[in-house]
Each structure stands twice: as structure tokens, then as C-alpha cells.
Design a protein around this ligand. Structure first.
Ligand SMILES: O=P(O)(O)OC[C@H]1O[C@H](OP(=O)(O)OP(=O)(O)O)[C@H](O)[C@@H]1O
Ligand SMILES: O=C(O)c1cc(=O)[nH]c(=O)[nH]1
Length: 180
């Protein structure tokens, strides 16, 4: 890691790491939770994460698919930095109005990089990937702020998705250990 990466890991860890007992989206129970809203609420920190993500986007990305809810502010910031249009991907399609799952431009035939806050089991990203592919999108890469899935395993290999992360659980644990 570079000095800048170390500094970002330290700042994200100090801002987001909570300890206690937390039930996760997957139903797993964990003693550590990274509350992404605590960094997303700070524009300078959110922008530093977004800046790292720009370099991780898939080649040929046409749309940035931010996942409800925590992926959306990040995708908006990356969109602002790159000029690429953002897509706001709901967990469930709206049941009135346009009744869309993916709010924004039409996705059919478009290459989407998914933007996510945290990956634990990959379940939320898998659901979104499958839904976007059903709408005709090309989805091959997810970029996340924090990958807390087990090291050296790709939790989304089964759906052929590459995971690129700004920070891993190991980097955050190292930052935490350094801070004491
Ligand atoms: O990899 P997984 O096991 O699916 O877990 C990670 C997901 O869990 C959280 O979703 P949640 O529904 O809590 O998120 P939100 O606050 O962003 O709506 C997080 O934002 C990821 O989307
Ligand atoms: O798996 C989750 O639900 C989850 C873990 C975590 O650390 N942070 C978060 O927002 N969600």
C-alpha cells in the first residue's frame, strides 16, 4: 500500500468501524460493522474514496450503477469526477410511476460498473447483477469501498463478476492495529 492508501484506510477505519453485535444483511452475526454512512456523510472522505474508484472502473464503462442505498452517494461522486452517467439501482422496483428497478438511463446493451459500499457475502451485488442482466445490461465488474468478504476468495465468481475494492478488511484491520 502507498502512504496515501494507508492514510485512507486509517481515516475510514477510524470513522466507520463499530464494535458490538450486529446482524448483517446476510443474516450473519458479526462483532464488527463498518458504518459506511459515517464516511459518506463527510464530503472530503467520500471524495477520497470516489477518487480511488475512478482508477478501478472497468474499461469501457458506460454507466455507474450505484446500489441502494449506500452505493448511491458514492456512484454520484464518481459520476461527478468522471462525467459518466449514474444509475440508481433499487433493491426492488417501484410499484407505481415508472415502476423501474434501475433509475436513470436505459440499461439495455450498456456496460455497467456496479458501485457498492460494502461487500460481505456478495448477496446484494449478486441480486443487482442478475436484475441488471435481465434488463439487458453487460455487468462484469463491481467496485466497492470496503470488501470484508473472506480474503483470497471472490464471493461473486459464481456470477462471473470481478470484485475491485478500494479497501479490504485486512487493510482496515491493519489500520486499526496501527492506531492501537
Ligand atoms: O455482501 P452482502 O452480504 O450482501 O452484504 C453487504 C450489503 O449489505 C448492506 O446492505 P444494506 O441492505 O444494509 O444496505 P443499505 O444501507 O445500503 O441499504 C451493504 O450496503 C451491502 O449492500
Ligand atoms: O454485511 C452487511 O450487511 C454490512 C456489513 C458492514 O460492515 N457494513 C454494512 O453497512 N453492511
Amino acid at each position: 500500500m502507498t502512504h496515501a492508501d494507508d492514510a485512507l484506510a486509517a481515516d475510514i477505519d477510524a470513522t466507520c468501524r463499530l464494535t458490538g453485535e450486529f446482524t448483517l444483511r446476510s443474516g450473519q452475526v458479526a462483532d464488527t460493522y463498518f458504518d459506511k454512512y459515517l464516511f459518506e456523510a463527510q464530503p472530503a472522505l467520500l471524495d477520497r474514496v470516489a477518487a480511488q474508484m475512478v482508477d478501478l472502473l472497468a474499461e469501457g464503462t458506460e454507466l455507474l450503477g450505484g446500489l441502494e442505498l449506500g452505493g448511491i452517494p458514492i456512484a454520484t461522486m464518481v459520476s461527478s469526477r468522471t462525467g459518466l452517467p449514474a444509475l440508481f439501482v433499487r433493491k426492488k422496483a417501484k410499484e407505481y410511476g415508472t415502476a423501474k428497478l434501475a433509475e436513470g438511463p436505459d440499461v439495455a446493451g450498456r456496460r455497467i460498473t456496479i458501485i457498492e459500499d460494502v461487500i460481505t457475502t456478495g448477496g446484494a451485488v449478486r441480486d443487482a447483477t442478475n436484475a441488471l442482466r435481465e434488463l439487458g445490461a453487460v455487468v462484469e465488474v463491481v467496485v466497492c469501498a470496503i470488501d470484508r468478504s473472506p480474503a483470497d476468495e471472490n464471493p461473486l465468481a459464481d456470477v462471473g463478476l470481478e470484485v475491485r475494492s478500494v479497501l479490504t478488511r485486512a487493510q482496515l484491520d491493519a489500520a486499526s492495529a496501527t492506531a492501537g
